[in-house]
Design a protein around this ligand. Structure first.
Ligand SMILES: [Zn+2]
Length: 196
């Protein structure tokens, strides 16, 4: 079942509560939990072509040889099809993607939203107040209409009107995300402990 946007909203909010260990974990190698989160964020669909992935591969948005890193803000799930991962190879992501027949503005925006989100996890304390959602900024930019972001925005602005609908949420997805969250926190703390 695809992850409902309201589930993600809830989860992102809870995510901010553990920003401290995550901030310390910034720049460390992609963890299994972070990878699992990335796959879930893209609803088990290839970030580029949008097809279901039974066996997702890790694609470096910025190629390694070009200074890209194996971290949560540079790795997205991609299908194994020849047209995606192996055709991208070391090309610059957007210029490669825009030349593909399966290019989609919406999916490109989702990739950038995802990267903004995970990057923001490490910078929580700098400008954002506690309850502020990263996605709100995305809507203000209005580069490309993003239904998901608009829903976040609505929920944020009119909690009374929108949030009550969450009762019908897929709780399995929430539980799964909670487990991922717990794992990420643990991994970040372990990383921190091991480094000091
Ligand atoms: Zn693909």
């Amino acid at each position: 079942m695809p992850l409902a946007s309201s589930t993600l909203y809830d989860w992102k909010k809870r995510y901010s509560e553990i920003s401290e260990p995550l901030k310390r974990g910034k720049g460390v190698r992609l963890t299994e939990q972070e990878w699992e989160f990335a796959i879930k964020y893209f609803n088990d669909l290839c970030a580029y072509c949008g097809e279901y992935m039974s066996d997702p591969t890790k694609d470096h948005v910025k190629p390694l040889h070009d200074g890209g890193t194996f971290t949560r803000d540079n790795v997205i799930p991609c299908c194994k099809n020849k047209k995606c991962n192996s055709s991208k190879k070391d090309n610059e992501m957007l210029s490669w993607y825009q030349n593909q027949p399966f290019y989609s503005k919406e999916r490109a925006q989702k990739i950038f939203d995802y990267m903004d989100f995970v990057v923001s996890l490490g910078d929580q304390s700098e400008e954002q107040s506690e309850g502020e959602l990263v996605v709100t900024k995305e809507v203000t930019k209005e580069v490309i209409p993003d239904v998901t972001a608009q829903i976040f925005w609505l929920k944020n602005r009119k909690p009374g009107d929108w949030r009550d609908k969450r009762e019908t949420e897929d709780t399995t997805a929430i539980e799964r995300l909670d487990r991922i969250l717990a794992g990420m926190k643990e991994a970040a703390e372990k990383e921190q402990g091991g480094a000091s």
